[in-house]
Design a protein around this ligand. Structure first.
Ligand code: ASP
Ligand code: MG
Length: 408
């Protein structure tokens, strides 16, 4: 097999931990596999580097090209150290920076997208019996500028490199994402003590959970895995137990109606009361938001009476003030109500496609606790409701219980 192992910042956070990573990679190789290591910067390092860049810039907005030059250095340190650690254990290893294996990206500094990767050098190294250690998070654009892939971007580096090697003919490729948690849970174990590690989850479900704020994987890495059919194994770097497999959808997944529950407290609610109920009004209201790059998530329009209607929608909390100001240029500001104390609770599962009554059950469970539902939206594999923020944890717990997610 060809195993791409990606280690996050905590997993390479000290010399001792780097030695563990080296030992693990070496053990994997000695078990008969080709091994490619992708590593992040030591934990806290990228923050430290970005803080330095900010400090030296003072009141001027730092140029993003230079931010990437600075931020990408954290990974240069860890690839070198990992290669040295493997060598000190008697193994063969060689380190590469992003540009050395031609991780070609667009030029969107600090959030670049990977366009292609050349696997030649990696294959060469593997052919010589070496472990290839590659810097995550970084690439290079057409013009040769250093780029980075956005915070948490080495997940995407790992999956992209696995995808590239798979596309160019490697059979049996797996991307292992090593982290400080055991895998993907049915919900946040800090909120719900009966939360359980999920053994297998589909790309689509994982994408929904990641978008809802489950922080185990960078969203882009899941998209990348889904688009290129790369099997991903999210697991702990502190022990050998199996974690969570993120894989193409399987028939048996349909039997499970709800796979996971997420709570998102980053949204806020805007209501515009008494807008004229006539063609083009929604288009007119939402155009300035779209033009300013504000992402509107849920929208509901109430039944109208006497030619007027109320329109309610959610935007990220960080964009609330801007959204309110923009709306105020179109309608009377007095007709705009906002509420930041909301939480979006979502249940996710591919089984919803073939099971009826999931929404009904969700509403009953919440009603039983006296939790009022303010908004509802659904997709093929997800039902989301907006509730008062103070009920977020309770809602997660009762839904987790009600859908029996704690049971294997
Ligand atoms: N070192 C980068 C960060 O802290 C990339 C990563 O860890 O995935 O965001
Ligand atoms: Mg990470």
């Amino acid at each position: 097999m060809l195993i791409v192992q990606k280690y996050g910042g905590t997993s390479v956070g000290s010399v001792e931990r780097i030695r563990n990573v080296a030992a693990r990679a070496l053990a994997t190789q000695r078990a008969g596999h080709d091994v490619v290591l992708i590593v992040s910067a030591m934990s806290g390092e990228t923050n430290r580097l970005l803080a330095l860049a900010k400090e030296v810039s003072g009141d001027t907005l730092p140029e993003q090209r230079e931010l990437d030059v600075v931020a990408s250095t954290g990974e240069q340190v860890t690839v070198g150290l990992c290669a040295l650690a493997i060598q000190s254990l008697g193994g063969k290893a060689i380190s590469f920076l992003g540009h050395q294996v031609r991780v070609l990206t667009d030029s969107a500094f600090t959030r670049a997208r990977i366009q292609s990767i050349d696997g030649t050098k990696i294959r060469e190294a593997l052919g010589q019996g070496r472990i290839a250690v590659i810097a995550g998070f970084q690439g290079q654009d057409e013009a040769g500028n250093i780029t980075t892939l956005g915070r948490g971007g080495s997940d995407t580096s790992g999956v992209a490199i696995a995808a590239a090697l798979q596309a160019s003919g490697s059979k049996d490729v797996v991307c292992e994402i090593y982290t400080d948690v055991d895998g993907v849970y049915t919900t946040d174990p800090n909120v719900c003590p009966t939360a359980r590690k999920i053994a297998r989850i589909s790309f689509e479900e994982m994408l929904e959970l990641a978008s809802l704020g489950a922080k185990v994987l960078q969203i882009r890495s899941v998209e990348m895995a889904m688009n290129h059919n790369v099997r991903v194994h999210v697991r702990s770097s502190f022990h050998d137990r199996e974690g969570t497999w993120v894989v193409p959808e399987e028939k048996s997944m349909e039997h499970v109606v709800v796979t996971g529950i997420a709570a998102d407290k980053n949204e806020s609610k805007v209501t515009v009361v008494g807008v004229p109920d006539e063609p083009g009004i929604a288009a007119k209201l939402f155009r300035p938001l779209g033009d300013s790059g504000i992402i509107v998530d849920m929208i509901i329009q109430n039944v109208s009476s006497e030619g007027r209607t109320d329109l309610t929608f959610t935007v990220p909390r960080t964009d609330l003030q801007r959204a309110r100001d923009l709306m105020g240029t179109i309608v009377d500001p007095k007709t705009i109500r906002t509420d930041e104390r909301i939480a979006k609770i979502s249940v996710v599962g591919v089984g919803m496609r073939s099971h009826a009554g999931v929404a009904q059950r969700m509403f009953e469970i919440l009603a039983h606790e006296g939790i009022n539902i303010q908004m509802i939206s659904t997709s093929e594999i997800k039902i989301s409701v907006v509730v008062d923020e103070k009920y977020a944890e309770l809602a997660v717990r009762v839904l987790h219980d009600g859908f029996e997610l704690g049971k294997a």
